[in-house]
Design a protein around this ligand. Sequence first.
Ligand code: FPP
Length: 244
Amino acid sequence: MKNDLFYDIDLQKVPEHIAIIMDGNGRWAKSRFLPRTAGHKAGVETIRTVLRECKKLNVKYVTLYAFSTENWKRPQLEVDTLMGLLAAYLKNEVKTLHKENVKLTVIGDIEKLPSQCIKELEYAIELTKDNTGCNLNLALNYGGRLDIKNALVDIVKDVKEGKISIEEIDEDTITNHLSTKCIPNPDLVIRTSGEQRLSNFLLWEVAYAEFYFTNLHWPDFDEKELQKAIYTYQNRDRRFGGIK
Ligand code: FPP
């Protein structure tokens, strides 16, 4: 395994959870005089490559920001293409994911997605729910602020119903009401394509995450770049607010 590595990664210390903002599909396509949708198709290939590498390196959780609550503002053709790619990806990949012991989970309001996507998602989630290998977590119609708002509403309901008192509310109460409650916080957030912002992604959860930005567009990101991100992460000094 060590011989397969492009970077001197410590395989005992790979991030447990990598969250990825897959940006730049449109720019990748534009630079090749292709329609934006071709960029998204190429982006799906990168998802396959990166997931394969994550499994190889034993990354336990991978969260992909596939569609935000704001992405509905895009032209209908693009939204339809993204939804079509999602449904096709799930349909084609579900058996392989299951065979490879991948557990598929979702964060975000999937009820608003086209029925075909919901059907494929529900099938894949149910089929893979007991798998113990890598957890592929898809953020779909996801927004960090909306997730925090939803948590708040649920907590207020619990207070009103007397299940919890105001004095008992602490940070864990909020954490445990988010859609990410079953997965650990990301250790590493990767954003491709040169932008250096969170775009409403996992706002609560990334409090102590390390960030890795690259100018590469998502379709150009590959296993070597993933290793570079992990290598960079391993050479950071994570202090979580304390001192060494
Ligand atoms: C960002 O590129 C990418 C997206 C908004 C969508 C990512 C989704 C996929 C690759 C396919 C569907 C998902 C799965 C899980 C199969 P951009 O369009 O914002 O690029 P730009 O900033 O260059 O315009």
